[in-house]
Design a protein around this ligand. Structure first.
Ligand SMILES: Nc1ncnc2c1ncn2[C@@H]1O[C@H](COP(=O)(O)OP(=O)(O)O)[C@@H](O)[C@H]1O
Ligand SMILES: [Mg+2]
Length: 333
């Protein structure tokens, strides 16, 4: 194991529960210090993959190495290398926060001498100082999630795996947890799962989109956008005849496609969203519109595709590649 070896190496991982394939030959590598997001709908196989990575569930086939240690062959080492916050973050209701972290620290074999100062540090990091003496069962969901994260990072393991760390939180609590995860950047390798797109996009260096037990796309949010959506997308606010505008756009890029065109407002301006697959046409469009008395312009900008667009395109492509349409879930077009 050298410093440059990957933190996590997963090869052809598969898991079948009584005939149901939950994870289907998943392979990926996570570099040291990376923050990775598992993104996928419910039932995609995210939790199953995480349970196998942490050694809580045996794989049906395939292999996992954490910092060079095989999960199957060396489960005791794996427990020391990974801080894990399982799905639903189970916590003992009747313990106090400080007590619980002390108990967990002893289980993780942190020496008594180091444990006190480390608990202080973790309470500070997770903004839990105020609730140190409170009973866990009486805490809000946001505090409970942070207690789960505090436990995961307590022994300073090189790898942190958190299953849906922001599920059930309100937007303010999500922000706090997101900042907390971001503060681990560079210090630890982190995998978090979510079925909510923006939080993954903002926190993660790289995203694995998982669907029906397979990795259907992987990359930075920007690279995924490019791979699945390609074209540049623009927002234009303009007054003028739509057909004449269409002709002008087509003269700049013959493959322009209008996605949305709103009704004109009282001043005759309408918002139009369109894509143009060739390079950035903003400058050419702006000067063409400015010179042309048939049009008036209020705004022109590039609009970003959301990760949700990428997610839908990636899952759709995987269904197209693997399944007859009849076996698709009814809620996916
Ligand atoms: N203990 C289990 N026994 C049988 N099937 C399971 C079990 N756990 C999960 N599954 C099935 O495996 C698939 C993947 O589930 P899971 O890993 O929990 O997905 P996710 O976390 O992405 O929602 C689902 O079809 C689920 O019903
Ligand atoms: Mg899950």
């Amino acid at each position: 194991m050298s410093d440059s070896s990957p933190a996590i190496e997963v090869r052809e991982l598969a898991k079948t529960y009584a005939g149901v394939t939950a994870v289907n030959k998943v392979s990926f590598t996570v570099g040291q210090g990376e923050i990775i997001g598992f993104l996928g709908p419910n039932g995609a196989g995210k939790s199953t993959t995480m349970r196998i990575l942490t050694g809580f569930l045996p794989a049906t086939s395939g292999s996992v190495e954490i910092c060079g240690h095989s999960v199957a062959a060396d489960p005791a080492a794996i427990k020391r290398l990974i801080g894990y916050m399982p799905e639903n973050n189970p916590l003992p209701e009747d313990m106090r926060v400080g007590e619980y972290l002390h108990y967990r620290g002893r289980l993780k074999e942190i020496s008594r001498k180091k444990l006190g100062p480390r608990i202080d540090e973790v309470l500070e990091l997770c903004d839990l100082k105020r609730v140190r003496h409170r009973i866990i069962g009486k805490l809000s969901k946001g505090y409970r999630q942070r207690v789960g994260i505090a436990d995961a990072v307590l022994a300073e393991p090189p790898v942190i795996i958190m299953d849906e760390p922001t599920i059930g939180l309100d937007p303010h609590q999500i922000l706090i947890v997101r900042d907390l995860i971001a503060s681990l950047r560079g210090r630890m390798t982190v995998i978090i799962s979510s079925h909510i797109l923006p939080e993954i996009e903002m926190t993660c260096d790289r995203v694995l989109i998982i669907n029906q037990g397979r990795v259907v796309a992987a990359g930075t949010p920007a690279a995924l956008r490019k791979e699945f959506l390609g074209a540049n997308r623009y927002d234009l606010e303009v007054a003028g005849d739509p057909a004449e505008l269409g002709a002008l756009l087509t003269s700049l890029d013959p493959d322009v496609a209008v996605e949305e065109a709103a009704e004109p407002d009282a001043d005759g301006f309408r918002k139009i969203v369109f894509t143009a697959p060739s390079g950035d046409i903003r400058e050419a469009l702006w000067s063409a519109l400015a010179k042309d008395s048939r049009f008036r312009v209020r705004g022109l900008g590039r609009s970003r595709h959301t990760l949700e667009d990428v997610f839908l395109a990636a899952t759709r492509r995987s269904w197209d590649a693997t399944d007859a349409p009849a076996s698709r879930p009814a809620n996916v077009a």
